[in-house]
Design a protein around this ligand. Structure first.
Ligand code: NI
Length: 258
């Protein structure tokens, strides 16, 4: 029924029950999970999960937090990892000026290099952006002018207007757990307003647990709460929302698994 378009099941918080949790996904209405890398180590871990489980796919890339730690040959490593059968995108990549864990010039450099890699490999990109909205947009716009790009704005938290601009550039808008939070007015507007054929849902687990489970470790099956909230905001059935977002995820990641 549901596809979780963004998860981190390699995270150590799943060490105690990862196998059981993954094996029970389908019984709990989660058909596919896209597991997202944040550095080389977690990208490799994502690939291992994808190899082991038919219903997991892998995305490989270096998160802005980790941009400062890349080795000189990291693009070659990512290129190599991308040739694995179930690697479907480059991510998560982008800018994070909230935490500033890496110097901003290095964040920008590593972001742009990975956009170019994705273009070279003809893969979509999964974007993380925090407190860097305009600059992220400018970089993607510039990249799109040099040749088509496509991808996903992960856990989107910007305005409706900006979401429409990203869609024009070739992006889907992914809504996560925050849409269920009481004070998330703008995310709710976005979930309501953007075209259904550009909408994705995701957990970002183990982070961003939706209400009413906030405070617990997030899991792919909790995507139901996010889906219910988005369906309610749009005035459509849960089934319609699930089908549309699943079709969209399969389209952007180019996967025909189910
Ligand atoms: Ni993430």
């Amino acid at each position: 029924m549901f596809i979780d378009s963004h998860a981190h099941l390699d995270d150590e918080r799943f060490d105690i029950d990862r196998e059981m949790l993954i094996e029970n996904l389908k019984n709990n209405n989660v058909d596919l999970v896209f597991n997202i890398g944040a550095d080389i180590k977690t990208s490799k871990a994502s690939i291992e999960l994808a190899k082991k489980y038919q219903h997991i796919y892998a995305v490989v890339g270096v998160h802005p937090h980790d941009a400062k730690d890349v080795e000189d040959n990291y693009l070659d490593i990512l290129r190599e990892l991308s040739s694995e059968e179930k690697v479907v995108a480059i991510g998560e990549i982008g800018l994070d000026y909230y935490y500033d864990n890496s110097p901003r010039d290095i964040q920008r450099k590593v972001f742009k290099e990975q956009i170019n890699l994705a273009k070279e490999l003809n893969l979509p990109i999964v974007i993380h952006t925090r407190d860097a909205s305009q600059e992220t947009f400018d970089i993607l716009k510039e990249a799109s002018e040099e040749g088509p790009i496509r991808g996903i704005m992960h856990c989107y938290s910007g305005s409706v207007e900006m979401a429409r601009e990203y869609i024009k550039l070739g992006f889907y808008i992914a809504i996560g757990g925050p849409v269920t939070f009481k004070n998330s007015k703008v995310v709710k507007e976005v979930a309501q307003e953007i075209p259904l054929d550009k909408l994705l849902i995701e957990t970002d687990c183990p982070y961003l647990t939706p209400e009413p489970l906030r405070g617990k470790r997030n899991e792919p099956i909790f995507i139901r709460h996010t889906a219910e909230k988005v369906a309610q905001l749009r005035g459509i059935s849960l089934e319609e929302l699930a089908k549309a977002t699943s079709d969209n995820a399969k389209r952007i990641f180019n996967v025909n698994n189910i």
